[in-house]
Each structure stands twice: as C-alpha cells, then as structure tokens.
Design a protein around this ligand. Structure first.
Ligand SMILES: Nc1ncnc2c1ncn2[C@@H]1O[C@H](COP(=O)(O)OP(=O)(O)OP(=O)(O)O)[C@@H](O)[C@H]1O
Ligand SMILES: [Mg+2]
Length: 247
C-alpha cells in the first residue's frame, strides 16, 4: 500500500485529489466503425465532497465512472485513485485495490439471484475474508439503516425494484470503502427513501480522505450536491456548485 502515500504530482495530478483523470479517452467498436465516447477527460475529484455527474442518456456517464473505478480500461489516458495509478496495477492487484477501496452501485443492480438480500449485501465482506456470520450480521445492520432489514431473507426476485436498489446500495457501503461511485442510486426510489439513501451516502462517503461520485438525472436531489459536473457527448461542459441554466 506504499503507493497510497505517493505525494508526487505525476501527470499534473494534484496529490490531494481522490481521483485524478488525465486525457481519458474511450472508444467503442460498432461494426466497422470506431466511436469515441469520451474525449480526453481531465478531472480532479476532491475528497470530502459529493460530486454529481449529470448528462443526457448516451453522453458517457457510465463509461466514465466505470473507468474511474477500475472496471473498464480507457483507450488512452491515466487514472489515479488515492494516488495509485490503477491501470498500472496487475489484474489481481487491481481486483484487490477495488475490493479494499471502492464501492460501486451499478445502474442495473447486478444482484446475485440465487442468494438472499443479506448475503448479497455481505459479498464485499466475504470477499475480504470476513467470517460468514459476522459478515451477515453487518450486512443486515446496513439493510436496517436503509429500512429494509425485514427483507434480509428474501431473494432479489421477491423484492421490488426500489428494495433491490437498496440492497445494491447496502452492498456498496457495507465495507466502508474510501470511494463510493453510484450510477443512478435513487432512480427507483420514492422521495423519502431517496433522501435516506443520500443521507447514508453522506454519512459513509463524505469525509476527509473519502470521495463520492453520483450519476443522476434525479432533480429532486440536485440541491444535495457539493459539485455538479455536466457531461455532453463525452466532454465536461460545466463544473460548478449549481446546475447550469436550462437543465
Ligand atoms: N460496450 C459498448 N459497446 C459499444 N458502445 C457502447 C458500449 N458501452 C457504451 N457504449 C456507447 O457509449 C455511449 C455512452 O454510453 P454510456 O453507457 O456511458 O452512457 P450514459 O451517459 O451512462 O447513458 P444513460 O444515462 O442512458 O445510462 C453510448 O452511445 C453507448 O451506446
Ligand atoms: Mg448510464
């Protein structure tokens, strides 16, 4: 973990930045055509803040956050997370880094269908080697914070969309990762459940040395952002505390 203490400013990265991207470009192949979805993104995500990423469908939000948390390789560019150049790590080191430092809430919840809600929420703890009973107890406590403790023994298929979303949120937060990245965490939730999720995200993810990025279209929660980034056709076109006019 020595690299986490790296204070050099390689590639112009601010050593204080929780995430630093430089020149991040991503192409996809569509038949014979190459489409460029991200065009050289340079961003510093600060710790201690809730950063929202907004933009129209297809603008590249999921692609960008997937690259920021080591799930999808950039075509070009570099990404540092807490000072570690994540795409310089070997495959197994990257998996370990992700497990220890990152909680990801997927747009499609990606729950395991054959195990119950508590076991789903306990996955990161089990993967880290925690004893099963303790992992489950902690997972249930997290489900309780999200007001679905009574659903702990149900399979994902027996839960509503909003309940499944909260299980996915519990799984992302249960191991208290330093970086929490959420793709539309409140989309399936009513206003009060959405607020509760945002409160919990703030409690777990907003602290010195921690960072939280939220992709959202949900204008009910825009006022909770510390910083709003707008992505249009793979470029950042707005960076400020408020939403720009016209959105
Ligand atoms: N695996 C892939 N292969 C080819 N094209 C892809 C792939 N993944 C994403 N794309 C394309 O990249 C663009 C950006 O996709 P992305 O999922 O990042 O958008 P988004 O901003 O998250 O949209 P939404 O709000 O609908 O979730 C889209 O045009 C999409 O079709
Ligand atoms: Mg998306």
């Amino acid at each position: 973990m020595g690299t986490l203490l790296d204070t050099s400013a390689i590639g112009g990265c601010n050593p204080e930045a929780a995430i630093c991207t430089r020149g991040v470009t991503r192409d996809f192949q569509a038949g014979q055509q190459t489409i460029t979805v991200l065009h050289g993104i340079d961003l510093d995500i600060r710790a201690g803040e809730m950063t929202f990423l907004v933009g129209e469908s297809g603008s590249g939000k999921t692609t960008l956050i997937s690259i920021m948390c080591g799930i999808l390789w950039p075509t070009l560019g570099e990404v540092k997370v807490f000072g570690t150049d994540i795409y310089d790590l070997g495959d197994s080191e990257l998996v370990e880094f992700r497990l220890a430092n990152i909680g990801f809430i997927f747009q499609q919840y990606n729950l395991i269908p054959s195990i119950d809600a508590a076991s789903n929420a306990a996955v990161p703890l089990i993967a880290q080697g925690m004893e099963r009973h303790e992992a489950r107890t902690r997972a249930v406590a997290m489900l309780e914070k999200l007001n679905i403790g009574d659903q702990a023994n149900k399979l994902p298929s027996q839960l509503s969309g909003g309940q499944q979303q909260r299980v996915a949120i519990a799984r992302a937060l249960v191991h208290e990762p330093r970086l929490v990245v959420c793709d539309e965490p409140t989309a399936a939730l009513d206003a009060s459940s959405g607020r509760r999720v945002m409160d919990l995200l703030r409690e777990v993810a907003v602290a010195e040395n921690r960072a939280c990025i939220i992709v959202t279209h949900d204008n009910r929660i825009f006022d909770l952002a510390d910083r709003i980034l707008v992505l249009e056709d793979g470029r950042i076109t707005h960076d400020g505390r408020e939403m720009p006019e016209g959105h």
